[in-house]
Design a protein around this ligand. Sequence first.
Ligand code: GAP
Length: 434
Amino acid sequence: MAEEIMQKIVSLCKRRGFVFPDSEIYGGLANTWDYGPLGARLLQNIRNLWWKKFVETRSDIFPIESALIMNPKVWEASGHLASFTDPLVECKICHARVRADKPEDMEAHTADHPGEEVTWTEPKNFNLMFKTFIGTAQDSKQEVYLRPETAQGMFVNFKNVLTTERSRLPFGIAQMGKAFRNEITTGNFIFRTLEFEQMEIEYFVKSADWEAAFEGWKEQMWDWIIGLGIEESKLKWRAHEKDELSHYSKRTEDIEFEFPFGWGELYGLAYRTDFDLKNHSGKSVEELQYEDPETREKYYPHVVEPTFGLNRTALVVLLSAYTEEGERVYLKLDPRLAPYKVAVFPLVSNKPDIVEKARDTFAVLRSTFAVSWDDRGNIGKRYAAQDEIGTPWCVTVDYQTLEDNTVTVRDRDTAQQERVNVDQLQGYFQEKLK
Ligand code: GAP
């Protein structure tokens, strides 16, 4: 059943243009996906909402966009070169490598060798960072890494933001962008991929204030995900055990979601102490302390880090929205997330007056909303096609429109229709999207 739901989502995503297997014409690349016209809109809508909630409407959070490839000394100081590893074992039959800390992956691999006795090498730590080279010679000293988290870009710019924004504690730096990890995993669609996008905040506080900040961020993260329309019963907080904490964290709690393949991490909230700022101060030319403007006391701020995976958000949104009612399949997306807010149809495509009026309506709405146009097949099929991609409202221009300037607006979730004057349509949808 669980597998069936995942397959249905994967197939809908491909068929309708949300997510395609990456470089499919060459047979694809494991754990790598591309986002199509609808998927790109969905991601952008999530980014926009996140940006509005955590950056635009706050005076204590400053955005940056740092480079994906940074000075490699960053990763030495941050501890990623030494500690950002997964334990891997190698199958002695086919030499495939599998996560030693995931018995389910080892079991799945054993099933690939029916009738054979699979034995494994001892676990070895494998660094998750992708290494590449600057310049042409591969043996040059210019080894660099694709960033495995966006966080370090914010730590190395701490002083720059502090100075340019004249910010005072507590304050945060936010950024969204790609991160890369050489993950050895088994599938699960866009859940765990080689490249993905993070939306992260490093929130700097006085050391005595970290617990209050942690509790505050727990509430804000919960608020965010519930605000996207995700069912509360499918979400829970899970605190990391001591032995699973990242090398930089004293306390981490994840928001987990009940995926069809089991509970899994959606977001993380970590107390990173002063680990990063202190280490960068010791290893770089800059002292990353904060000077209290009143007392003149100098100290390293402590960090509470809420981190949100964009692609996992998209997966959770799609899984939660997927609805089957008899023959009817639709995505019950929050209208703010829907790739298209409205679809416009002419009732018939062989009456020039109706088509022209529909075109005009489409053009007017498109200046404000993402609007789709469809004049193929019958109306029932057009509704079904829009339902399947989560378009909340369909507007049909018909014979009556030519008489009284009204159109039918059909609601995705209730299938109810009402007549609205064309001149009022923009305000009507704006009100609904609030
Ligand atoms: N800066 C902290 C940090 O990177 P993380 O828990 O390793 O923490 C943060 O990653 C978030 O990034 C996760 O909660 C998840 O949403 C997302 N994420 C991590 N690895 C991922 C992967 N391989 N594929 C997709 N999303 C991933």
